[in-house]
Design a protein around this ligand. Structure first.
Ligand code: FMN
Length: 384
C-alpha cells in the first residue's frame, strides 16, 4: 500500500483485485462515456490562483455541513453494492469515514444493512440514501428502521428514473441480479483473492450477498432472476413525493442529482435542507452537463437558503477544493473510496482518505489559505 501514491494507483490496484465485471461496474460511465470525460474536462479546465507570501502555519480543514462539524469538506457518496468490493464493505467504509470525521452515506442498495453499519461503526456519522420503491409503504417502513438507528440525514436520489444504458455490463455478463454466464463465472475464478476474501466469506457465513435493505419477503439474492415490482425503483418520483417525505422525515433531507437552477429553487421551496449537484459520476445521463459547469449558478441561486453539496469526477484533493471554490459546502466521493476499499480493505480506505486529506492540505498551503472556503474568488476558468 505504501506504493499507492494517488487515486489512479488505487484504481489500478482495484482493477487487479476485482473481477472485471465488478471493476467496470464501478469504474465506467454509460453509453459513449461522454459525461465521464466531460466531468474531468470541466474540473481540469479550472485553476486556483495562489497568494504568495501568505503561508499559514495552521490550516483548518474542518467545516460545517447541515449544522454538523466535519473533519474535511468531504462525504463518502452512496454506492450500491459497496459490500461486494470487500466483505462488509459498507461497515469498513463507515469506520474509515469516522476516522477522518466525515459522514458516510449508505445506499438503499447496500449489501450490509444500516443496523449492521450502526453496530460495526458506532462512531460514524451515517447518512442514508433513499431510492424510493414503487411500494411507498415499504420505503416508509425502511425509513423507520433508518430512524431507529439514529440517522438524521436523508439523501433522496432524484436522477435515476430508469436503469441506465451500461453496455459493458451486458458484455461482461455483470448484472444485478448476477448472472451465472460462463463469462461471469470465469471472471470470478480469475480473481481468486476477491473470490476467497469476499464471495466465499459471504457464502460461508450469511450466504449469497443480497440487497440488505430489501424487505425479507422480497430479499432477492443478487443472483436471483427478478427484482419484485414492489421494490423496483419508483420511476414516477415527483415533487409531491418530496413533500410527503418532508412531512414524514423529522431530520434533514438533501436532494441528490440536481443539475438545474429551477430544480434547486424548487427543492428549497418544498422545505428541503439542501441539494447535491451531481451528474451521478457520469453513470446515468450521458449528455448531462458536468457538475462544475452548473454548480456556480445553483450556489448563487440557493446557497443562502439551503446547503449545496457537489460530486462527480473528484480524484484529487485539489478537485475537492475546486468544488468548494465553486460554491459547494462539501464534496461527495463515489469511486475513489471504493478503489481504496478494493486495494486494501479498511486500511486501503483509510489510506485513500488520508491521502486526499494530505492533498487538500498541500494545495491549501500553496494557495496561501487557512480554510477551504477561502478558495472562493480564487477560481479561474480556462477560456477555450
Ligand atoms: C459503483 C457505484 C454505485 C453507485 N450507487 C449509487 C446509489 O446506490 N445511489 C446513489 O444515489 N448514487 C450512487 N452512485 C453515485 C454516487 O453516489 C456519486 O454520485 C458518484 O459516484 C460521484 O462520482 P465519482 O464516482 O466520480 O466520485 C454510485 C456510484 C458508483 C461508482
Amino acid at each position: 500500500m505504501a506504493r499507492l501514491l494517488n487515486t489512479a494507483d488505487y484504481r489500478e490496484a482495484a482493477r487487479r483485485f476485482l473481477p472485471r465485471g465488478l471493476f467496470e461496474y464501478i469504474d465506467r460511465g454509460t453509453e459513449d462515456e461522454l459525461a465521464l470525460a466531460n466531468l474531468r474536462r470541466a474540473l481540469d479546465d479550472l485553476y486556483l490562483t495562489p497568494s504568495v507570501l501568505a503561508g499559514h502555519p495552521a490550516r483548518e480543514l474542518a467545516t460545517t455541513v447541515l449544522g454538523q462539524s466535519i473533519g474535511l469538506p468531504m462525504v463518502i457518496a452512496p454506492t450500491a453494492l459497496a459490500g461486494l468490493v470487500a466483505h462488509d464493505g459498507e461497515v469498513k467504509l463507515a469506520r474509515a469515514a469516522a476516522r477522518q470525521r466525515i459522514p458516510f452515506c449508505i445506499s438503499t442498495q447496500s449489501v450490509t444493512t444500516i443496523e449492521e453499519v450502526r453496530a460495526g461503526a458506532p462512531d460514524a456519522t451515517v447518512w442514508f440514501q433513499l431510492y424510493l420503491w414503487k411500494d411507498r409503504e415499504l420505503s416508509y417502513r425502511l425509513l423507520d428502521r433508518v430512524r431507529a438507528c439514529g440517522v438524521t440525514t436523508l439523501v433522496v436520489t432524484a436522477d435515476t428514473p430508469v436503469g441506465p444504458n451500461r453496455e459493458y455490463n451486458k458484455r461482461n455478463g455483470f448484472g444485478v441480479p448476477f448472472s451465472y454466464s460462463t463469462r461471469a463465472v470465469l471472471d470470478v475464478l480469475e480473481h481468486p483473492r476477491w473470490f476467497a476474501s469476499v464471495l466465499l466469506r459471504y457464502l460461508a457465513t450469511t450466504g449469497m450477498p443480497s440487497y440488505g435493505h430489501y424487505p425479507a419477503e422480497f430479499r432477492n439474492s443478487v443472483t436471483r432472476a427478478q427484482i419484485h415490482r414492489a421494490v423496483a425503483l419508483e420511476n414516477l418520483l415527483n415533487w409531491d413525493d418530496l413533500s410527503e417525505l418532508r412531512r414524514r422525515w423529522p431530520g434533514q433531507i438533501l436532494l441528490k442529482g440536481v443539475l438545474a437552477v429551477a430544480d434547486a429553487i424548487r427543492a428549497a421551496d418544498v422545505g428541503l435542507d439542501g441539494v447535491v449537484v451531481s451528474a451521478h459520476g457520469g453513470r446515468n445521463l450521458d449528455v448531462a452537463p458536468p457538475s462544475a459547469d452548473v454548480l456556480p449558478a445553483i450556489a448563487e441561486a440557493v446557497g443562502n437558503r439551503i446547503e449545496v453539496l457537489a460530486d462527480s469526477g473528484a480524484r484529487r484533493g485539489s478537485d475537492v477544493l475546486k468544488y468548494v471554490a465553486l460554491g459547494a459546502k462539501a464534496v461527495m466521493l463515489g469511486r475513489a473510496p471504493l478503489w481504496g476499499l478494493a486495494a486494501g480493505g479498511e486500511a486501503g480506505a483509510d489510506g485513500l482518505l488520508a491521502m486526499l486529506r494530505t492533498e487538500i492540505d498541500l494545495a491549501m498551503t500553496f494557495l496561501g489559505i487557512a480554510r477551504p472556503e477561502e478558495t472562493r474568488g480564487r477560481i479561474v476558468r480556462r477560456v477555450a
